[in-house]
Design a protein around this ligand. Sequence first.
Ligand code: PRP
Ligand code: URA
Length: 208
Amino acid sequence: MKNTILCTNPLIETRLAIMRDKSSSVAAFRRALNECGALMSSTIVSDFPTQEKTIETPLETTSARILARPVTVVAILRAALGFVEGLTAYLPEARIGHLGFFRNEETLQPVSYYQKLPPGMAQDMVIIADPMLATGGSMNLAIDVLKKSGCADNLVLASVIAAPEGIAAVRERHGDIPIYTAAIDRGLNEKGYILPGLGDAGDRQYGT
Ligand code: PRP
Ligand code: URA
């Protein structure tokens, strides 16, 4: 799948196994989701623009490469909260926006109930984070909102588990925005849950 990047290594796979396991506790799930975000973050920023910076070491002058643009991470509530904590572990200066969406259980369409975004995001590199990319409805709505806020080619998407249907839906509506994910699962069931998946990411994380 073009521009869909699988972030995988044994450390990420181990966290995925914990999240998928229905016998994992809320604490274990939360920790695994957080750590998965931190482990994925270096791959997610690997194509972000960098710039040279002159540094004085104790011995001489040298140059270093640093990120050229600030980073904003946008969390789709609620499930992205723990994921974003991990994603920003090595991006301590990142600004964090929040979009509150829940899926209507019958239509599976996202319903928006909250929006708070940092100003001037068009200047930043923006990571939209949602651990579950199922039908793609929530992600597509988030991209719509961010495009209206001036974002264009500065967007990347981060999920933990993506369904092929969700990837296709994002591709159809928003072209080739890079999608970083730790797993691409088999598909969706009739209720829009990812199979094999991990269940409801919000409920697993918060014990609801
Ligand atoms: C879940 C999940 C995503 C969305 C993905 O949210 O956190 O935001 O579903 O599904 P989609 O790709 O079909 O849109 P949910 O509605 O369970 O809300 P919650 O995170 O507040 O529990
Ligand atoms: N949202 C979830 O939390 N899990 C799924 O499998 C699909 C959507």
